[in-house]
Write a protein that binds this ligand. Structure first.
Ligand SMILES: C[S@@+](CC[C@H](N)C(=O)[O-])C[C@H]1O[C@@H](n2cnc3c(N)ncnc32)[C@H](O)[C@@H]1O
Length: 364
């Protein structure tokens, strides 16, 4: 973790600034000190106060609401270092994650462990995704190297393909995902120093103020237990005059929705290895039943196609939306100009005023 990231981070509970302690050197860094000395921390801890501490592990800050408690392997391995910092697990806050959230997180962690290094994901190579982004996929005004000097949040970065593309378009990217797959994303983007990775939940973003010129959230809100709260949380960190771009899954007809929910309810409960192999069964059908990303055997391998099936059926929740519902989210969160883009449902809004519901949502 680059210590300069401390400028952007805060405790997701108290909103206080965080102090970083490097286990290797014993040095402490506050956001002010970090301006002068941009150091790298591989293993350490971020603290707001005695009750709220978060690991820095393998170079990534892990700022999940349940703090150290979410990382028993870390607290075990660094027991002595934590004791030297007077950090006792018994003092730590007892926020527990919701069961559905835990299940969604696990399924995506498996997905990125199994498929995160594939040459093509969702039907395209990283270069092909970049090409798409450079040519208006985010919105007509965002083309070429349009993000020079801008700060962009990739919310729910997955395997990191969009973080990479946004960084290559000139942005300083903060890439956030709540799963351990964040390590796969970091490895996939190794050659891009302008990306900082943070393991965090978009419902409890550990971000101070509203630093982002663009918040990019692609295919993530459908998996959040309360998507509207997720949207408000993203709106809260979008700068006034900045943009929020989301892509969510469109709502189908009643019969389609009912059968898919039933199927997902059954499949998401299967042992993960069984579901992995089952995901290969419908692959030939992908050229008849179009997927969101148009992935099929014409463009991808069997294994790459099976990832798209896993993505669609493995998670116990998946919300689908109407354009009206999405338009209302933007309107109610202080976005003036909202454009719906050709791929349903992609929408881009420009933040014109502070979010009226900000104070209510920011509390964990
Ligand atoms: C369908 S994938 C999309 C990944 C990436 N945005 C893309 O389009 O390639 C959804 C991602 O959202 C992440 N995610 C889901 N709920 C989240 C939450 N509450 N906070 C942070 N990340 C979340 C998952 O771990 C997963 O990596």
């Amino acid at each position: 973790m680059r210590t300069q990231l401390l400028h952007y981070l805060c405790c997701p509970h108290t909103r206080q600034p965080l102090t970083a302690i490097d286990f290797c050197s014993g040095s402490q860094f506050t956001a002010e000190v970090a301006v002068e000395t941009d150091a790298e921390i591989e293993h350490g801890v971020l603290t707001a106060d005695r009750r709220h501490a978060y690991p820095i592990w393998n170079g990534i800050p892990r700022v999940l609401p349940s703090g150290l408690r979410s990382f028993p392997a870390f607290t075990e391995r660094f027991r002595d270092e934590l004791a030297r910092c007077n950090m006792d697990l018994a003092d730590q806050n007892r926020t527990a994650s919701r069961g559905t959230s835990v299940a969604v997180k696990k399924q995506f962690e498996r997905q990125w462990a199994w498929w995160g290094c594939e040459e093509k994901l969702y039907g395209r190579t990283p270069d092909e995704w970049e090409e798409l982004l450079r040519n208006g996929y985010i919105g007509a005004n965002f083309q070429g190297d349009c993000f020079d000097g801008q700060c962009v949040l990739d919310a729910g970065c997955g395997h990191g393909v969009f973080s990479r593309a946004l960084a290559r378009m000139g942005a300083h990217v903060i890439a956030v995902d709540f799963g351990n797959g964040i390590e796969v994303a970091r490895d996939n983007c190794r050659d891009h120093p302008s990306i900082d990775f943070v393991q965090a939940d978009i419902l409890h973003l550990p971000i101070a103020g509203r630093p982002f010129d663009l918040v990019y959230c692609h295919g993530v809100l459908p998996f959040v237990p309360s998507p509207e709260s997720g949207f408000v949380s993203l709106a809260n960190v979008t700068n006034i005059g900045g943009y929020l771009r989301i892509w969510v899954y469109p709502r189908g007809g009643t019969i389609w929705e009912a059968t898919q929910n039933l199927l997902r309810g059954v499949l998401s409960r299967l042992p993960s290895r069984v579901l992995y192999y089952l995901c290969f069964v419908p692959v030939p059908l992908l050229s008849i039943v179009q997927t969101y990303s148009n992935t099929s055997l014409a463009t991808s391998t069997w294994r790459q196609c099976a990832q798209v099936v896993w993505d669609y059926y493995s998670s116990p929740i998946q919300w689908h939306f109407t354009p009206e519902a999405v338009a209302a989210w933007f309107r109610e969160s202080g976005f003036g100009e909202v454009d719906f883009l050709p791929i349903p449902i992609s929408a881009l809004g420009k933040k014109t005023e502070a979010n009226r519901r900000e104070s209510k949502i920011q509390q964990c």
